[in-house]
Design a protein around this ligand. Structure first.
Ligand code: SF4
Ligand code: SF4
Ligand code: SF4
Ligand code: FES
Length: 947
């Protein structure tokens, strides 16, 4: 589409059911009660001049440009702050109003640089537009004093702040407060001396509390806050709506383009997941797409010790096909497998699992969800009947009590965290269960009622103790349980949790959570109104990950917190398409739609569509593929968009498995760590270069649209199709929409999904079928998908990973806002200014015992391995617990994580590793040689780029 700014109705939409009719400029308009006169006029098609108002923020009424006349009212009220009333008669365009507005605008412009023609925002500036709208031609005033010539703040890597252009409308301040919830900006001073300031502690944005979400930049009506790329490239000429490729919130953006260059990503107001908001990653961190280290030509090598050799696509795919065929003939078809990616589209993921099942002839396909949310799939399917969260994000607006366990949304799911914080600021209560004092525990205007800082690895014990409190204190919603759940199973569960050994007091020594706190939190969740549970990898990445998910489900069912808005069980998904990758049949035991491979009727459906016989036996999971490789029976793997060497636990074991294979095909953007063990490298395409869909944590299927030509020549689905063709398969998809049509034919929960519908409706939440033609924002409304909700007894079983004299501390891991996963993308953007390296958080007592200060190098050692990194001494972690992130390959935090995993799904136990910390002189030998290797690779890449 050609460039059009997003529509702006001036003030937020009102939600009242009551309708009010008024007359504006002689035309009748009917709007919900609570609507402003400004919005009512805009909905009728009349645009009232405005500067301080925008429809993402509550009305403020400071600029006095939006004045109107109303019959029977004295003066000229501001239309943005005046609500409609029945029978009101409004005039928006009288000579008196024009004169007043002209005067107001003249005052603004007299203190504004008149450099429109050279200003970065020329043609995309509301001040300029509004000056035109009120008909301003000359400025009569010559103010004695102005704000012109003030120094710019260019400290933020992505946007500039030029105070000389500021009209002090405070849209930025309000955006930071209301939308983002960080409260980083203030208006300092009064009257003429008023100015916008990025906090007290710092005189610039970079040093302030600002988290670079971009909400203020988007809200600014002038060029005061402006993206550096707009200044560099120019204002956009066209826009394409697409979906963020980072986290599972699934924000939609307008990719605003000038020619073939991406100028900026602007959050799309109509996006139902993000409602016009964004975080630093989706908004700004897309520079990796053009990074000089991207590999754009296919490469092969006979041995992993040989140098890479660039070849044509045809040669690379022919070589890959010949190797896969050779290995299948020589070792049998079970020697082959594939890994799908939660970063790729549904269509790409579907094709990779189809290639494995229909091409390789086995079910050896797995996905990176194995190492994050596989327990969610197992736990929620067992208890509720569906492997997915129960709510849409909007639902949080009706929550009275929010329980966050094992998740750090302000870092991991920032846009949803902003919505959650907004609800908390309006009065909802908060319970945080986390070993670490995350930002949510206390942030501006938010304080958790209860922070249960449990010992890592004791989630099940804490949840069982909460259940004990709820059952023994008579807080169960028996009517709900009797009607909706299996009563016999409930009674078994209730008598189990009621046992004295499961009381908060009995478990306190294990959980380290004071029993009184735990009881109070349980009472609040059970009795505080609508209770919603949000959880993350701090729940799943444990040896009892699946048990914890089921313990959460038990709690929600026992309290009747399922099946309506404001309640529910909500896994916050890490990667953009974790939900989709699981939905698409990426697990070795399930076809698309979570149907077991052993089910003959389901297999027959796929066999008819694909024209092949399918293996009825579940295939190998990732860790089993690696074990089979070291045992010499698994020889070839196709890995799309996944760096298992860095992201999977026990790096040495992963390396040994990969090294034992004869054909490792890596299909990715960069030569990642796994590619060190690859024989064939197929260049991947970014989300900006492809069409398809992602499914977010709300089960929301959203379009991904190609905004530029793939630098490597092909979208990823095309590469998989070419590989399939090279293997002799008759695949002829012309567009990903045809792949989605096939998914819809084969998957009942996707039956009503098509690209045409997504184009018309923006997004759809599965299931979308005859029973739910418009999709399903909330699940289990009239009954559980499995029939009766199933209570499962979840006995606490301590992990085998124990602390002792050699490894006395417990390491837990997580992520940070500015970085994403193994950092392959974000490390190649300016986001590194916020997080250059992974740091080890250690409590002051543990640090002092070891003679460690903030900034010191420390050795982090476990039974599996060791690494070094710098320490930061902080009370965010409890004594006995240390914490780090895993974004940088130089640290390779997974060198120390162990092989322990969830009993049901093999999801690794990343969150509990017994470690010792000791002072160190600096990086280990392997880290130094790795750093050298990286810097020489960078030099070569730079030199090649320069040529
Ligand atoms: S920086 Fe922009 S949004 Fe903020 S007060 Fe100034 S003009 Fe308004
Ligand atoms: S970028 Fe976001 S966090 Fe930073 S000041 Fe603007 S609104 Fe606040
Ligand atoms: S919250 Fe997630 S989906 Fe939204 S912009 Fe940030 S990374 Fe992208
Ligand atoms: S837009 Fe109404 S007072 Fe500024």
């Amino acid at each position: 589409m050609t460039y059009q700014p997003q529509s702006d109705f001036g003030t937020p939409a009102a939600t009242s059911d009551a309708q009010i009719t008024l007359t504006i400029d002689g035309r009748k308009v009917t709007v919900p009660a609570g609507t402003s006169v400004m919005r009512a006029a805009a909905e009728q098609g009349t645009s009232i001049p405005k500067l301080c108002a925008t429809d993402s923020l509550s009305a403020f009424g400071s600029c006095r440009l939006c004045l109107v006349e109303i019959d029977g009212r004295r003066g000229t009220p501001a239309s943005c702050t005046t609500p409609v009333e029945p029978g009101m008669v409004v005039y928006t365009q009288t000579p008196r109003l024009q004169k007043l507005r002209m005067g107001v605008m003249e005052l603004y412009i007299s203190d504004h640089p008149l450099d429109c023609l050279t200003c970065g925002a020329n043609g995309d500036c509301e001040l300029q537009d509004q000056a035109g709208a009120v008909g301003l031609r000359d400025v009569r005033y010559q103010p004695v004093e102005t704000h012109l010539g003030q120094a710019k703040d260019q400290s933020n890597p992505y946007f500039d702040f030029d105070p000389s252009k500021c009209i002090v409308c405070s849209r930025c301040v309000r955006a930071c407060d209301e939308v983002q919830g960080t409260l980083a900006l203030t208006v300092q001073g009064r009257g003429f001396g008023s100015k916008i300031s990025a906090g007290i502690a710092s005189d610039n944005f970079l040093g302030s509390e600002c988290v670079s979400c971009g909400a203020c930049v988007q809200a600014c009506p002038t060029a005061t806050l402006i993206e550096k790329k707009v200044v560099e490239i120019g204002t956009p000429e066209r826009a394409v709506v697409t979906t963020c490729a980072y986290c599972g919130v699934g924000c939609t953006f307008r990719a605003e383009m000038r020619g073939e260059q991406l100028v900026r990503m602007v959050p799309w107001k109509e996006g139902k997941a993000n409602r016009g908001h964004s975080c630093v990653k989706g908004r700004f961190a897309w520079g990796y797409a053009q990074h000089q280290e991207r590999i754009l030509k296919p490469m092969i090598r006979r041995s992993i010790h040989d140098p890479w050799q660039e070849v044509s696509w045809d040669d690379a795919l022919a070589y890959a096909a010949s190797e896969l065929t050779r290995i299948s003939n020589q070792y049998g078809k079970q020697a082959l497998g594939g890994i799908t990616s939660s970063r790729c589209t549904n269509e790409e993921t579907f094709l990779v699992q189809k290639l494995v099942r229909a091409g390789f002839g086995n079910n050896n396909v797995d996905t990176c969800a194995r190492v994050c949310h596989s327990p969610t799939g197992y736990g929620l399917k067992t208890t509720f009947g569906t492997s997915a969260g129960t709510q849409d994000f909007d639902s949080v607006e009706d929550s009275d009590v929010i329980l966050v366990i094992g998740a750090n949304p302000t870092d991991g799911h920032p846009v949803f965290a902003s919505r959650m914080k907004r609800r908390l600021r309006k009065g909802a209560k908060l319970i945080v269960i986390d070993p670490r004092r995350t930002d949510l525990v206390r942030s501006p205007h938010i304080e958790a009622q209860h922070h249960l800082a449990l010992q890592p690895g004791t989630n099940v014990a804490v949840l069982t103790a909460m259940a004990h409190t709820i059952v023994t204190e008579g807080l169960v919603d028996e009517a709900f349980v009797k009607e909706r759940c299996d009563w016999d199973e409930y009674q078994d569960w209730a008598s189990f949790v009621s046992e004295e050994r499961n009381s908060p007091e009995a478990l306190e020594a294990i959980t380290k959570v004071p029993a009184a706190d735990l009881r109070a939190a349980a009472r609040l969740y059970a009795t505080g109104g609508n209770g919603a549970i949000y959880y993350g990898l701090g729940v799943t990445e444990h040896s009892q990950g699946s048990s914890t998910v089921m313990a959460i489900a038990n709690l929600a069912m026992a309290t009747g917190n399922i099946g309506r808005r404001g309640v529910g069980v909500n896994p916050l998904r890490g990667q953009n398409n974790v939900q989709g990758a699981c939905d698409m049949g990426s697990f070795p035991h399930e076809l698309a739609g979570y149907r077991h491979i052993s089910d003959a009727a389901t297999r027959a459906l796929f066999e008819r569509e694909w024209g092949v016989q399918l293996d009825s036996e579940p295939g190998l999971r990732i860790p089993n593929m690696l074990d089979a490789a070291t045992d010499g029976v698994f020889k070839a793997i196709y890995i799309q968009g996944e760096d298992i060497l860095q992201s999977d636990p026990n790096t040495h074991h992963v390396a040994a498995g990969l090294e034992a294979m004869e054909c490792v095909i890596v299909h990715d953007l960069f030569l990642n760590e796994t590619a060190n063990y690859a024989h064939i490298f197929l260049p991947g395409s970014t989300f900006l270069e492809k069409n398809g869909t992602f499914t977010n944590a709300e089960r929301r299927i959203q379009p991904v649209r190609k905004v530029m030509t793939p630098l490597n020549g092909y979208e990823d689905w095309e590469v998989t199709q070419k590989l399939a063709q090279a293997l002799g398969l008759d695949w002829n998809y012309a567009h990903p929409s045809q792949i989605m049509d096939e998914i819809a034919r084969l998957t009942p929960s996707f039956a009503g999904v098509s690209f045409d519908r997504l184009d018309q409706e923006g997004s759809l939440q599965w299931p979308v079928n005859d029973s739910a033609p418009d999709g399903s924002p909330i699940m289990h409304v009239d009954g559980f998908v499995r029939g009766k909700g199933k209570f499962v007894v979840t006995d606490y079983v301590p992990t085998d990973e124990r602390t002792g004299p050699r490894y006395p501390l417990l390491l837990t891991t997580g992520r940070i806002l500015s970085q994403y996963n193994v950092g392959a993308q974000t490390r190649r953007t300016d986001n590194v200014v916020w997080h250059e390296e992974d740091l080890l958080e250690i409590h002051p007592v543990d640090a002092e015992n070891r003679g460690i200060k903030s900034g010191d190098w420390v050795r982090l050692a476990s039974r599996a391995g060791e690494t070094t990194l710098r320490a930061t001494v902080t009370e965010r972690v409890a004594p006995g617990v240390v914490y780090t992130t895993f974004h940088h390959p130089l640290t390779q935090a997974n060198v120390v994580t162990t092989d322990y995993s969830d009993w049901a799904t093999n999801c690794p136990e990343y969150k509990v590793t017994a470690v010792q910390i000791s002072p160190s002189n600096g990086p280990t030998e392997w880290q130094e040689s790795y750093a050298k290797l990286q810097s020489s690779a960078r030099r070569i890449a730079k030199a090649e780029a320069a040529e």
